[in-house]
Design a protein around this ligand. Structure first.
Ligand SMILES: CC(C)(COP(=O)(O)OP(=O)(O)OC[C@H]1O[C@@H](n2cnc3c(N)ncnc32)[C@H](O)[C@@H]1OP(=O)(O)O)[C@@H](O)C(=O)NCCC(=O)NCCS
Length: 383
């Protein structure tokens, strides 16, 4: 290999473009969406307000917000043919594989599917943000043999999600928790799924294809799957009294990882985890079952006081306490990653629109390390 070649394995520290969407400050544990602190948005903003912010680079007026809320709710219905197809899927399918396949099918029924003009992309972004929420609420019902529930036009997305999941009038604390979760998961700089969404867009492929790429990438356990793994770990621990022996056996002696702890970028407390810890505690106490929060919190406290974790700057990340929030809301554990996907729709679509507006084909390179100049051997002569 020549001296000048530098391989950026994993694309570490490669800056692919400028973006106005979000700032992740890993050293200080800060996250900003288009100028606004994540803590303020999680406390005050409706998910649709954050959607507007990312798509327009400013907060909406109340008229603009209501108009976007209504547009998303009106477009959230999934075409009957797509829902009928989803109802045919094997009930044991991975929910992220269901979502990936269903998003691909949505393109076949979308009037703007092959139009990537700014206007068409904006319409598709609104439709798909609603439709992915509808699909996420529908799958846990469909696999139990229940009929999916259509979205209501008068609801916002968090309300609609809880309504379509349970077919009951959504309860205000649950809706607030889902809304805050969605706001916190909306956008996060240049992560793997956002990157592939932009890379797909850079070939001038369409928005549905870019979202299919992103959903397929989020599915991996090193990206969106950690919330599910964190909850499975809390369930395995089972009781607060088991936390210390589990930590000792599995982590200290066994060298295992605590799922939901550590982050490639945050070397301080993940600001989303701080907000979600507070939400998780309130929800768990209100539900009358604080056990899972207590298990999570005492395990985090053990890790935060442990030299190994302190030295490596390992803190709870967004997945750690969000697992408790979603479990307390009654979500099945394997549905946690689809909820991440539905929340990330605004961020992904914003990046796709940003890429489209100032495109350059992404075409990285690789250093070839295989053989050269081999003599051709006819098929009959190969051993
Ligand atoms: C997120 C994650 C992949 C970041 O990884 P990274 O930046 O590549 O850092 P590394 O995996 O190299 O970890 C650095 C060190 O901390 C250790 N470490 C990292 N996360 C750990 C965890 N959750 N529990 C115990 N040790 C951990 C690693 O073993 C490594 O130790 P070493 O220096 O002795 O080799 C990693 O922290 C992890 O696997 N966490 C659990 C899964 C998770 O929560 N993923 C969701 C991320 S949002």
């Amino acid at each position: 290999m020549s001296e000048e070649v530098v391989i950026h394995k994993g694309l570490d520290n490669v800056i692919i473009d400028e973006s106005r969407l979000s700032l992740v400050n890993g050293a200080e544990g800060k996250l900003i969406y288009a100028g606004y602190k994540i803590e303020d948005l999680a406390e005050h903003a409706l998910y649709e307000e954050v959607v507007y912010l990312l798509w327009n680079n400013r907060l909406p007026t109340s008229t603009e917000l209501e108009s976007l809320r209504a547009e998303i709710a009106a477009g959230a219905e999934v075409p009957a043919s797509v829902m009928a197809m989803v109802q045919q899927f094997p009930k044991e399918s991975d929910p992220m594989a269901v979502l990936r396949t269903a998003v691909s099918a949505l393109a076949l029924y979308d009037p703007d599917a092959n139009d990537s003009s700014p206007e068409a992309n904006r319409r598709k972004a609104a439709r798909m943000t609603g439709q992915v929420t509808t699909l996420t609420a529908a799958w846990p019902r469909i696999r139990k043999g229940l009929a999916p529930v259509a979205p209501r036009k008068d609801f916002n997305l968090a309300q609609n999600f809880m309504y379509m999941l349970n077919e009951t009038e959504p309860e205000v604390n649950a809706v607030n928790a889902v809304n805050a979760f969605m706001v916190l998961l909306t956008e996060h700089g240049m992560n793997a799924s956002t990157f592939v969404g932009r890379a797909t867009t850079s070939t001038k492929s369409d928005m549905h294809s870019a979202i299919v790429s992103a959903v397929g990438t989020l599915k991996g356990p090193l990206h969106g799957g950690a919330n599910t793994e964190a909850m499975r770990m809390f369930l395995e621990i089972g009781e607060v009294a088991n936390v210390a022996p589990w930590f000792d056996q599995k982590v200290k002696k066994g060298g295992g990882k605590i799922m939901g702890i550590g982050h490639r970028v945050y070397k301080a407390y993940d600001p989303r985890a701080a907000v979600l810890r507070d939400r998780a505690e309130k929800l768990a106490r209100a539900s009358g079952n604080g056990k899972w929060f207590d298990i999570a919190d005492s395990l985090a406290n053990l890790a935060l006081a442990d030299e190994y974790f302190i030295e490596r700057k390992l803190y709870p990340n967004v997945d750690y306490y969000s697992a408790i929030v979603l479990y307390t809301l009654g979500l099945e554990v394997d549905m946690f990653t689809p909820l991440f996907a539905m929340s990330r729709m605004a961020g992904w679509t914003a990046h796709i629109m940003e890429q489209t507006a100032n495109n350059r084909l992404m075409r990285p390179d690789v250093v070839y390390t295989g053989a050269v100049d081999l003599p051709w051997v006819a098929l009959a002569d190969r051993k």
